[in-house]
Ligand binder design. Structure first.
Ligand code: TXA
Ligand code: MG
Length: 319
């Protein structure tokens, strides 16, 4: 039966940590989206994670740890990985690196790949859960596979009604982490996310390559990219400059075509960070009573690139 902990206390976190140690799953907030956590060393816990999400087992999971020091016990960090981790952790960056030879993480969490995706999250509840449980936590976004990602405990409850959730309110970034592959000296962008491409390029001084979905998938570099993703029930129409009578409007900026009854504005001031934080929550909201959603153009700058990535995938629908 689902338990929910609004404003979790140290005692609540201890109970949640005990559940994780016993191989159970617990949903918790991170600064990006809510994760559904399980002990990454425990194959049965990982199997139940894939099952709870209805996730195909070829799609590996991100392992969350509390520090870079812990991460180095699991994966091999080259100079670029070291540099990026030092610059951006804790934060919305996931690094894919080779597994250490004695890596204790379940092969199922890596979907049999010789690599591992690692992230140190920057959220006090996530950090407390990691340190109290002392478990590396595999944590995919806490939603049924293919559905919109959860940015509040309420989203988790409606997608996964039987799961225990630590309620930390709305997440601040609202988009999943940026994933960077550090398998060779030159880093590769595997998923666009909460840290903008430009910031990572500035940190490394190297341009980031982003392979098209098919190529990245065939090379088994980014197994998750072809999976159905981020799909609301409603049909999305992107780059809309006007609306049809039966459409709700997901607006951006001050210059809105017509005043619209069913309208939510991602950022009236045109701030892409604010728009990212609101994106999934507003899609969830409009999706409850609209079958068609017109989405205004979002600039492709900063995290706007990741917003457009999610919108494009959402517009492709679930079929
Ligand atoms: O912000 C986030 O990253 C959130 C929070 C909860 O941390 N987590 C998240 O997890 O978005 P998930 O499972 O929804 O996405 C994990 C992504 C998938 O696209 C998967 O294919 C990729 O990480 N991934 C995991 N391990 C990988 C590996 N070894 N090589 C390449 N991609 C990997
Ligand atoms: Mg996800």
């Amino acid at each position: 039966m689902q338990k929910s902990y609004p404003y979790p206390t140290a005692e609540d976190i201890k109970l949640a940590a005990q559940q994780l140690q016993a191989g159970k799953l617990v949903a918790f907030p991170t600064e990006t989206v809510y994760g559904l956590g399980g002990d990454a060393r425990n194959g049965q816990a990982i199997a139940s994670l894939y099952e709870a999400k209805g996730r195909p087992a070829f799609n590996p999971l991100i392992v969350h740890i509390s520090s870079l020091e812990k991460a180095k016990k699991l994966g091999v960090f080259n100079d670029t990985a070291n540099h990026l981790a030092t610059r951006f952790w804790p934060g919305a960056l996931t690094l894919v690196v080779p597994r250490q030879t004695d890596c204790p993480i379940s092969e199922l969490a890596s979907a049999g790949l010789p690599t591992i995706a690692l992230r140190v999250p920057n959220h006090p509840l996530a950090q407390q859960l990691l340190t109290t449980s002392d478990c590396p936590l595999a944590a995919p976004s806490a939603n049924r596979s293919g559905h919109l990602s959860p940015t509040s405990a309420q989203h988790v409850r409606s997608s996964l009604p039987d799961v225990t959730v630590l309620d930390g309110g709305q997440t601040s970034i609202g988009l999943e982490s940026t994933i960077i592959g550090c398998l060779e000296a030159r880093p590769v962008m595997l998923r666009k996310g909460g840290i903008a491409r430009h910031d990572i390029e500035l940190a490394t001084g190297l341009p980031l390559e982003y392979l098209p979905d098919e190529e990245a998938t065939n090379a088994r570099l980014a197994p998750g990219r072809l999976a159905r993703h981020y799909a609301p029930k409603a049909q999305l129409r992107l780059n809309a400059i006007n609306t049809e009578h039966d459409e709700a409007l997901l607006a951006f900026g001050a210059d809105i075509p017509v005043h619209h009854e069913k309208m939510l504005n991602l950022s009236p001031t045109g701030d892409v960070m604010e728009a990212a934080a609101n994106l999934f929550a507003y899609l969830h909201q409009l999706d409850t009573d609209a079958t068609n959603i017109a989405v205004m153009p979002i600039p492709n700058t900063g995290v706007g690139e990741a917003i457009n990535d999610r919108l494009n995938r959402a517009a492709r629908g679930r079929s």
